[in-house]
Design a protein around this ligand. Structure first.
Ligand SMILES: *Cc1c(COP(=O)(O)O)cnc(C)c1O
Length: 420
């Protein structure tokens, strides 16, 4: 899949069969709008790529987008879940996932959280020796897998590479075999092995390198007398955020990675944990132009979404393609920075973009906003969390109301003496 291409009708962008101006009018802005069918297609693309070669479980990494409606779509598709906190576990149970479909992978997990996770009955993927020892005390006999540090990293930026040597995640490579033996000793039952190299990689190679490390470890663990049922290669499959960017070769990845395990190990079941790939391009962020400013050295399109709404550009320097949905397909004649309403110079959505002559009231469309968009939104500047809308079959439905001011104060308490 390349970056998505949308239809223009009477100069307006059509998203999932609907005019983006109509959606903005009905639900207000800023608003995240998701195309249900695209979520389903993306899930099926990953599942069919891997299941062609090996028994496969696709665990959707829900930190990318935890809206209950979107989780429910994936439950209907038969997905499993990769959850990284007790909050995510509870959210996915609420969305109707069976505990056996959910795998919890934490890092620096507190004893309190681990106890709560155990109570829910979900599968547990351990990140450290200390977490393992805690689990053996809390719940002897539990089936476990371990996240290992493969020494291979990949991702769209420094901050999202997780598999490199020295990373805070996983069991260091040279301690893996002894850790599996230790787990047996203290009464746990190791059944799998896991790694996650990072987020947003666009090439197959790092995944093959990762698979080779995992295969070698599987064999060492095997020689030590422990047979594993599954290998979990984590997530991190990238998506093209730019028009001319190549798509990930999903089939190539699936065939090469499964081949490593088939040729070299006895393990015949693979788990994949895509987050971004499943939801990123299913969703656009609609944000209204509130102001146009000519600032001598550049021109600004001021919009009502800032890094409180979508933090990826400000936090990672990420690129999101932005179009004027109200003048869609019209010749691009002007150059702008697109910036939000927060009182921070770093509050921007895009630098140096060519667009048609934008006018106040135009609906700007930020592409590929479905992953790490809403889930990283905040209340900074006391701005409400945005609304979320789901489109299916030409019908748009609200799946999350815009937050109210009262909801932002709800948990605050003012001591009596300050109320005078
Ligand atoms: C974040 C994460 C993923 C998913 O990453 P994507 O880049 O969204 O595919 C998978 N597994 C684990 C353990 C993660 O922390």
């Amino acid at each position: 899949m390349a970056m998505r291409d949308f239809e223009s009708r009477d100069g307006k962008m059509i998203f999932a069969g609907m005019n983006v101006e109509d959606i903005a009018k009905e639900f207000g802005t800023p608003v995240y709008v998701t195309d249900e069918q695209r979520v389903r297609e993306n899930y099926r693309a990953v599942y069919s790529a891997f299941s062609k070669y090996m028994e496969t479980e696709v665990h959707y990494a829900c930190k990318a987008n935890t809206n209950l409606a979107i989780l429910s779509i994936l439950r209907q598709e038969g997905a499993g879940i990769d959850a990284v906190s007790i909050g995510e576990v509870e959210t996915c149970l609420k969305a109707g996932f069976d505990p056996s479909k959910i795998m919890y992978t934490g890092v620096f997990v507190s004893e309190e959280e681990l106890k709560q996770v155990v109570e829910t009955g979900v599968r547990i993927n351990l990140d450290s020796v200390s977490e393992m020892e805690k689990l053996a005390r809390i719940a002897p006999g539990t089936k476990v897998s371990f996240r290992i540090t493969p020494g291979v990293g990949s991702g769209h930026g420094e901050k999202v590479i997780t598999g490199n040597k020295g990373a805070k995640f996983g069991i260091p490579r040279d301690k893996v075999v002894e850790t599996y033996l230790h787990a047996l000793d203290i009464g746990l039952e190791p059944v799998g092995i896991h790694a996650h190299i990072g987020s947003g990689g666009q090439s197959v190679e790092p995944f093959v390198d990762e698979a080779e490390v995992l295969a070698e470890l599987i064999n060492q663990i095997d020689e030590a007398g422990i047979k594993l049922d599954f290998v979990d290669i984590g997530g991190g499959i990238g998506v093209p955020y730019k028009p001319n960017e190549d798509e990930m070769d999903l089939d190539g990845m699936a065939s090469e990675v499964t081949d490593v395990f088939e040729q070299n190990t006895d393990v015949r079941k693979i788990i994949v944990e895509p987050g971004r790939y499943i939801v990123a391009d299913s969703t656009v962020l609609l944000t209204a132009c509130t102001d146009i400013k000519d600032a001598e050295t550049k021109k600004y399109v001021g919009v009502d979404a800032g890094f409180n709404t979508l933090i990826r550009p400000a936090m990672y320097g990420s690129f999101h393609y932005i179009a004027d949905g109200s003048k869609f397909g019209r010749a691009c004649t002007s150059r702008y920075d697109i910036a939000g309403p927060l009182c921070e110079s770093g509050d921007y959505l895009g630098h140096d973009r060519v667009l048609p002559e934008v006018e106040e009231g135009d609906i700007m469309v930020v592409y590929d906003a479905g992953a790490y968009g809403f889930t990283m939104a905040s209340n900074y500047n006391s701005r409400p969390l945005p609304a979320e809308v789901l489109i299916n079959d030409g019908k748009a439905e609200l799946i999350r109301e815009r937050e109210t001011p009262e909801e932002q104060w709800r948990h605050q308490k003012v001591p009596e003496r300050l109320q005078r």
